[in-house]
Design a binder for this molecule. Structure first.
Ligand SMILES: [Zn+2]
Ligand SMILES: [Zn+2]
Length: 80
């Protein structure tokens, strides 16, 4: 009885190792090399939530707001 299951490369021997990249199980270095040579070694997508870059509701200043601010400042300075 194999604890870790069967090698996912040769599907014969008990798997002893895990690929550090894609985490498939393999039994020996030879299988690992075979696995690496194939296209199946792909890093699983990280489950980190991707922040939506676009959604900044009220952060960026438009030219209008800048102008308005400067206008207000100017007014204060001039004491109008
Ligand atoms: Zn194997
Ligand atoms: Zn791999």
């Amino acid at each position: 009885m194999a604890l870790g299951g069967v090698c996912e490369v040769c599907q014969k021997s008990a798997s002893k190792y895990k690929c550090p990249v894609c985490l498939i199980k393999f039994c020996c270095v030879a299988c690992f090399k075979t696995h690496k040579a194939s296209d199946t070694c792909v890093k699983p997508e990280p489950v980190v939530e991707q922040k939506p870059v676009e959604e900044k509701p009220y952060e960026f200043e438009t030219e209008d707001t800048v102008k308005q601010e400067k206008l207000n400042l100017l007014r204060k300075c001039l004491g109008i």
